[in-house]
Design a protein around this ligand. Structure first.
Ligand SMILES: Cc1cc2nc3c(=O)[nH]c(=O)nc-3n(C[C@H](O)[C@H](O)[C@H](O)COP(=O)(O)OP(=O)(O)OC[C@H]3O[C@@H](n4cnc5c(N)ncnc54)[C@H](O)[C@@H]3O)c2cc1C
Length: 183
């Protein structure tokens, strides 16, 4: 016969949940306040920071989880997810995470097998670079400048556009890995 959990145990769990939620919301408020101070006011950076209470938090988190083993209810989740739109947002995020003493995990495509870009001991922040995926290809000088959120498919396509060189002999060409792997 299974015993019903005691009231004190349930209260303890409830207390733990409330204190974790409080810590997450405190990180969100402090981080956002700092981000506002370190970015251009016209950037409206509140739209790039996702708290656990934000309706889009789960979809933003899951969009770049490539290994389902790290997408369970027991997988540690970030207090906030920051999705920079330009380089200055990355710089400000690093400054702000450092100032509040919280670990940053940087995610380009989330393709590594161990989930190292989105799993850590809480509290932590994900700096998700999926918006930073521009690619410029200079065929004449044989130089390509690629932001790390771009996928290899996007990179190969842009090179093909300029040179008509195909990459069918590249093994990675058949999977949507991030370009940061190739750099
Ligand atoms: C199907 C499959 C095939 C693969 N094939 C290959 C292969 O052929 N060759 C190969 O070398 N690897 C391969 N890998 C491994 C994978 O590509 C690497 O782990 C690579 O790091 C993933 O790149 P990502 O940009 O998705 O990085 P993520 O998974 O987002 O991050 C990987 C690590 O790099 C850090 N990081 C990410 N972006 C940045 C950044 N901009 N600045 C600083 N740190 C950052 C993260 O915090 C994390 O610790 C394969 C993986 C899969 C799933």
């Amino acid at each position: 016969m299974t015993r019903a959990p005691s009231l004190s145990f349930i209260l303890l769990l409830l207390l733990l949940h409330v204190s974790v939620s409080f810590a997450d919301s405190s990180i969100y408020n402090t981080f956002l306040d700092c981000l506002h101070k370190n970015t251009d006011p016209s950037d409206n950076v509140s739209r790039i920071v996702f708290a656990k209470t934000n309706v889009s938090y789960t979809s933003v988190l899951e969009n770049y989880i490539r290994n389902a083993r790290f997408n369970t209810s027991s997988t540690p989740k970030p207090s906030i997810i920051v999705t920079p739109l330009k380089e200055s947002h990355v710089q400000a995020s690093v400054i702000c995470a450092k100032s509040i003493g919280v670990q940053i995990k940087i995610r380009s495509g989330g393709h590594d097998y161990e989930g190292t870009s989105y799993v850590y001991n809480p509290p932590f922040v994900i700096l998700d670079l999926f918006n930073l995926r521009s690619i410029s290809v200079d065929i004449q000088n044989e130089v390509a400048v690629v932001q790390s959120g771009a996928t290899l498919g996007e990179l190969y396509y842009r090179i093909w556009e300029k040179s008509k060189v195909t990459f069918t002999d590249f093994r990675q060409g058949c999977v949507p890995l991030s370009a940061s792997e190739a750099i």
